[in-house]
Design a protein around this ligand. Structure first.
Ligand code: TRP
Length: 367
């Protein structure tokens, strides 16, 4: 692509990002006025432990949305695990561990529906009509698919990796969610989801009393803080620089003791020039609610050792109730399986209901 086209693409990206941010602010206000207008769907792949990057980035936000009274659905995306790997690993263990993290962090099975892809036939069946509504070249142009392909370093791409954004659209649309709290990187998926909803409507008309079958879901961009790992790089499992929600207080202290800092003794909050030190201050700030600059001032010339103690205490204090809840849940696998069974039942029923409307619109209802 020429630089000129690059610039156009970037500026439209920037413009649409700004629109999405502005729209997110409006939605936040609308939630306060009437949470019942919204249904949220979001989720994660069950591929590893949730860490503080997830917690500060999305999880804490989801709990708040739930507690503001928005009906919330969470997909534990087990079919997404097989997009880019041959085996599933210890999947049941990971699914239950993810569910444990969710509930320990404050998501409440009384208010939130947890479900797994593999248990929801209606969701998965939507994949067929949806695939007919997108072109193969659109799939190849999807930025996330492109990025994952590049990261795969020449390994063959499965058909499911190519089409998983469509499956993700089915996650959102089968339960008629109209709000998806996501990071910026997921915006193209949301755009595709809206296109699918719209194209379905255009092609098949409005099934019931002139109502569209599917809503047009919008992104809710959070102003979530992006925290780094203990080495100052992006926090991610593969870099082994995470602080996981399931770690003990001692493990957390140990990991933070080894965290990277710099050679300046006086602690200052300066993300540009001192990313590692500033990230530790940010973590302490997010965990304690204190201002990172004030935290830095109070540590002053006491150096990195004191900084590490401050951040360890802040995180361990914040995580203490989550850990206690986690331990309680871990000792009660039957309860976890029960929560999942009930969520899956509710989601499966919703899937059948939506599928009925879809069949009706497509003239494929044979009774
Ligand atoms: N793709 C998300 C992830 O990588 C998980 C996910 C699956 C999801 N389906 C979704 C997120 C639907 C939002 C909406 O973790």
């Amino acid at each position: 692509m020429s630089t000129f086209e690059d610039q156009i693409e970037q500026s439209t990206d920037q413009a649409s990002l700004e629109r999405s941010v502005a729209r997110s602010h409006e939605i936040e206000q609308a939630i306060d006025q009437d949470p019942s207008r919204f249904r949220v769907l979001t989720g994660d792949r069950p591929t590893g432990n949730l860490h503080l990057g997830h917690y500060f980035g999305t999880l804490r936000n989801r709990v708040q949305i739930q507690n503001r009274g928005v009906n919330t659905w969470i997909v534990i995306a087990d079919y997404q695990v097989i997009t880019d790997r041959d085996g599933v690993g210890p999947l049941q263990e990971r699914v239950l561990s993810l569910l444990t993290d969710y509930i320990a962090a404050g998501l409440d099975p009384e208010k939130t529906t947890f479900f797994t892809h593999s248990a929801i036939p209606g969701l998965n069946q939507l994949m067929l009509p949806f695939l007919s509504l997108v072109t193969e070249s659109e799939l190849h142009r999807n930025p996330t698919v492109k990025a994952e392909l590049e990261a795969s370093e020449g390994r063959a791409m499965s058909g499911l990796l190519l089409t998983y954004p469509v499956h993700q659209a089915a996650d959102i649309l089968f339960c008629k969610a109209n709000l998806v709290p996501v990071g910026q990187d997921q915006l193209p998926h949301l755009e595709l989801t809206r296109q699918i909803a719209q194209r379905f409507d255009r092609r098949y008309g409005r099934a019931v009393k002139d109502h569209p079958v599917f809503p047009r879901p919008e992104a809710l961009l959070s102003e979530a803080a992006k925290v780094l790992g203990t080495d100052g790089e992006k926090m991610s499992k593969s870099r082994r620089n995470t602080i996981d929600l399931c770690m003990s207080a001692d493990e957390t202290a140990k990991v933070l003791k080894k965290a990277k800092t710099d050679s300046q003794r006086v602690i200052t909050f300066d993300p540009q020039n001192r990313p590692e030190v500033s990230n530790l201050l940010l973590l302490a700030s997010l965990a304690s609610g204190q201002d990172p600059i004030e935290l830095a001032d109070s540590i002053g010339d006491k150096g990195a050792g004191t900084l590490k103690k401050v951040v360890t205490d802040a995180i361990n204090d914040m995580l203490a109730p989550i850990r206690a809840k986690r331990a309680e849940l871990e000792a009660n696998q039957d309860y976890l399986l029960d929560v999942l069974r009930q969520g899956n039942e509710r989601a499966a029923q919703q899937g059948y209901d939506t599928l009925d409307e879809v069949r009706q619109a497509m003239h494929m209802l044979y009774y």
